[in-house]
Design a protein around this ligand. Structure first.
Ligand code: 8X3
Length: 248
């Protein structure tokens, strides 16, 4: 039987690369993102079938509506990749921007919860499924000025463990992957389009690229049924910790 994976934040970066990696394994894909034209561009590249859902994960009504309207053929979701999320701003806690805080908590934490809540009941009914949450090294190690972003990813780590406990009776795998420095749109978004500042983050060493993360996610998804790569920390070789990177 054909398998279905649902990927949030599929319109760029790690989500986009993960869609390509899972499609190569034969997965049909539900691709979620805010930008329909980007989802259509991705769809046209994929060798398997896909269904597009354009919504903002932080809008709980939109999430509910999107999944309630899924055609029957797309309702049996085997794998959920909770990838949507971002960093907004990077400043000391005393000068943080409330809108940035809300944006991070709403997408990285609440959005993950809303999408999971829409998909988990089906997995429970079938007593099978796999949820992979995109955490970050920022969820394991707090760094200066990372405050709220780090808190949001620490919440992802806690929610992953909580989900694994609560969904254990239903044979649902729950995993997280925590990448270090990955050269995507991440820093451009964090620094609000300041590309000099964004590019400097990845200068002087070889950072991960989205395909590196996607390849590990592919491996996590394809592991045998009895194997769960529950907690994966993925770093560029040059990175020793959240705050220590060996640059040339
Ligand atoms: C992205 C990695 O180190 O910029 O989640 O927080 S870091």
């Amino acid at each position: 039987m054909e398998k279905i994976a649902c990927i949030t934040g599929a319109s760029s970066g790690i989500g986009w690369a993960t869609a390509q990696a899972l499609a190569k394994e034969g997965y049909n894909l539900i691709l979620c993102g805010r930008r329909m034209e980007r989802l259509e561009a991705l769809q046209s590249e994929l060798p398997t079938d896909s269904y597009l859902l354009a919504f903002d994960v932080s809008d709980s009504t939109a999430v509910k509506l999107a999944f309630a309207q899924l055609p029957a053929a797309w309702q049996q979701i085997n794998v959920l990749i909770n990838n949507a999320g971002n960093a907004h701003g990077m400043s000391p806690i005393q000068s943080g921007d409330e809108a940035d805080w809300d944006a991070m908590m709403n997408s990285n934490v609440n959005g993950l919860l809303y999408v999971s809540q829409a998909i988990i009941p089906g997995m429970i009914a079938r007593t099978s499924g796999h949820i992979i949450n995109l955490s970050s090294i920022a969820g394991k190690q707090i760094y200066p000025n990372g405050n709220v972003y780090c808190a949001s990813k620490a919440a992802v780590e806690a929610l992953t463990q909580g989900m694994r406990l609560d969904l254990n009776p239903y044979r649902i795998k729950v995993s997280s992957i925590a990448p270090g420095a990955v050269n995507t749109e991440f820093s451009a978004v964090r620094f609000k389009g300041d590309l000099d500042r964004a590019n400097a983050v990845y200068q002087g060493f070889s950072p991960l690229v989205a395909e590196d993360v996607a390849e590990v996610i592919r491996y996590m998804v394809m592991a045998p049924a009895h194997v769960n790569l529950a907690d994966v920390l993925l770093l560029p070789t040059a990175q020793a910790s959240a705050a220590m990177i060996k640059r040339d």
